[in-house]
Design a protein around this ligand. Structure first.
Ligand code: ADP
Length: 514
């Protein structure tokens, strides 16, 4: 039977109402209210499917008993609604007393008297959302096939509206969660799309870059949006980046010092996500340390040279001096030399810090550099009963593209530490070399005091020394390994340590094959 004009208008009205909101509560209430209107029923019920439990429940209800109704749950298969959900078919029951499928549970709770039911499944894209029922056709009439047709169309509209509102609320909920995480983060977050336009920036990111809230979304990443900073890479530079991960600093050029570390990762979409960190304190600290180092070493060097120049002159006339004066002159000479050694270390460290390690790199033989380091240490080794064993396979390894002098200095430091932090009678260092693909690995295995695991990383920091109580009073500045790390990493390599206290240490230097 064709749909009447009046019914058609009602369906249009329903469609208009249902598509005017994405609020799930509004949608459900509208469905419930419209359901009675479209088929002239006294009441209606809307049951949603709980997929996990395979049960139907009343999320919304109207009338005085609405709260108690909400507690009722029907198993799929139970009652008229349960049957409709199970069979996914509409059903008209014009006298519920004559239908075994009918359950009294809902009526008992609502004190409502159900006579007739028109129930249809709410289906969208083949998915069951729930069941909608029109209850008691007005004027005690029966529900007809034409009512079913209209109600099915209405159910389809309703199912789509419910599903859309649900998806929207899921997305909104996810977005709220993400917004919360981003807003609480200690670091700034900046998300760019595949055109380099800003998709998202959190509060911390806006604050770090000095941006007004909610102003830059949609704008292209670049100097235009943070004019107070030095330029940093443009989107074109970022896009060209092959590795997928990149890091750079943005430095504020106006006002107080501000260094922002930008750590980025390419996304599958072609966009980029950046984490922004305030590195000002760290950078200032580094600058202060290296300024201090170069100042100290240059200012100390001149007076020391004078002392070291005069001390031997005084000593050469020792016979004219009192015994006490002789002792003093001798001590001045020895201590000045110790101090000069320390100053040299400081100086070479500050040079390594400021120099571009790439400039003086050439292909050099590994075994020649190791032998060079050993011969520099000949005097030290002999004086402490130190033995260095260089494995023959080292000579078969390919040459390395390195700064020769600095690399020898690295090896010298590691070998010297191996005998310095060593209480054995015979202080032994074995040097092994292996090739692993594109890497050459050089191992220095000593039989010294060893290093506790919690110190493995710290010993590579500037001025760090393991507690004296542990290693014994050994002179040094705690700069050797910091210098080694700086040099090795500056030439594309890596330095690590493994050790067992009381047994010895194993320092490993990795260099890429040239
Ligand atoms: P320094 O030798 O001037 O003390 P380093 O930077 O060379 O400074 O070493 C830092 C610290 O690491 C040392 O003070 C020592 O405690 C520990 N260390 C370094 N090499 C060894 C080693 N081979 N065995 C045991 N401890 C070591």
């Amino acid at each position: 039977m064709p749909i009447s004009t009046q019914e058609f208008e009602l369906l249009l009205k329903a469609n208009r109402i249902l598509s005017s909101t994405l609020d799930i509560n509004n949608v459900l209430h509208s469905v419930l209210e419209l359901a009675t209107e479209v088929v002239h029923a006294e009441a209606s019920a809307l049951l949603l499917l709980d997929e996990k439990k395979n049960e139907l429940y009343f999320d919304v209800a109207l009338g005085s008993a609405k709260e108690s109704v909400k507690e009722i749950r029907l198993k799929v298969g139970e009652g008229i609604a349960g049957w409709v959900a199970q069979e996914r078919k509409p059903l008209i029951v014009n006298d519920v007393t004559q239908d075994k499928r009918f359950t009294q549970r809902v009526d008992k709770s609502t004190k409502f008297n159900t006579r007739s039911i028109l129930a249809v499944p709410l289906l969208t894209k083949g998915k069951m959302v729930g069941v909608i029922e029109a209850i008691n056709k007005k004027e005690k009439k029966p529900f007809l096939e034409s009512d079913r047709e209209v109600f099915e169309i209405f159910a389809n509209q309703s199912a789509v509206a419910i599903e859309n509102a649900r998806l929207f609320s899921e997305v909104t909920h996810e977005k709220e969660k993400l917004d919360l995480v981003f807003s609480q983060m200690q670091e700034g977050v900046l998300l760019l799309d595949n055109q380099g336009d800003i998709l998202l920036i959190n509060q911390k990111g806006e604050r770090l870059l000095g941006l007004a809230p909610n102003k830059v979304v949609g704008q292209q990443f670049g100097k235009k949006i943070f004019p107070d900073f030095d330029s940093g890479p443009s989107w074109a530079d970022i896009e060209k980046n092959k590795s997928g991960a990149m890091a750079f600093d943005l430095v504020r050029t106006k006002g107080k010092d501000l260094f922002i570390g930008m750590f980025g990762q390419r996304l599958e979409s072609g966009g980029f996500i950046f984490v922004l960190r305030d590195l000002t304190e760290q950078k200032k600290g580094e600058r202060l340390k290296s300024d201090f180092l170069s100042l100290m070493s240059h200012k100390l060097k001149t007076p020391l040279t004078v002392i070291m120049g005069y001390a031997p002159i005084l000593a050469s006339d020792a016979d004219k001096l009192e015994p006490m004066q002789q002792k003093a002159v001798e001590a001045i000479g020895i201590q000045a030399e110790n101090l000069a050694g320390l100053v040299d270390k400081l100086l070479s460290f500050s040079i390594v810090e400021s120099v571009n390690l790439d400039q003086k790199r050439e292909e050099k033989s590994l075994s020649a550099m190791l032998n060079g380091a050993i011969s520099h240490l000949r005097y030290v080794l002999d004086s402490v009963h130190g033995v260095v064993e260089l494995s023959p396979e080292v000579s078969k390894l390919p040459p390395l593209r390195v700064d020769e002098n600095l690399t020898i200095e690295v090896f010298r430091n590691i070998i010297e530490n191996g005998v310095k932090f060593n209480n054995q009678k015979e202080k032994k260092i074995i040097i092994k070399g292996t090739r692993d693909g594109q890497l050459v690995s050089i191992e220095f295995i000593d039989n010294g005091v060893g290093i506790p695991p919690e110190e493995f990383e710290k010993i590579f920091e500037k001025f760090y020394q393991v507690e004296n109580s542990f290693t014994g009073q050994v002179p040094g500045a705690g700069l050797g390994l910091a210098m080694c790390k700086k040099v090795v990493e500056g030439m594309g390599g890596k330095i690590t340590v493994q050790s067992k206290v009381g047994t010895g240490s194993n320092f490993r230097v990795l260099f890429p094959v040239s």
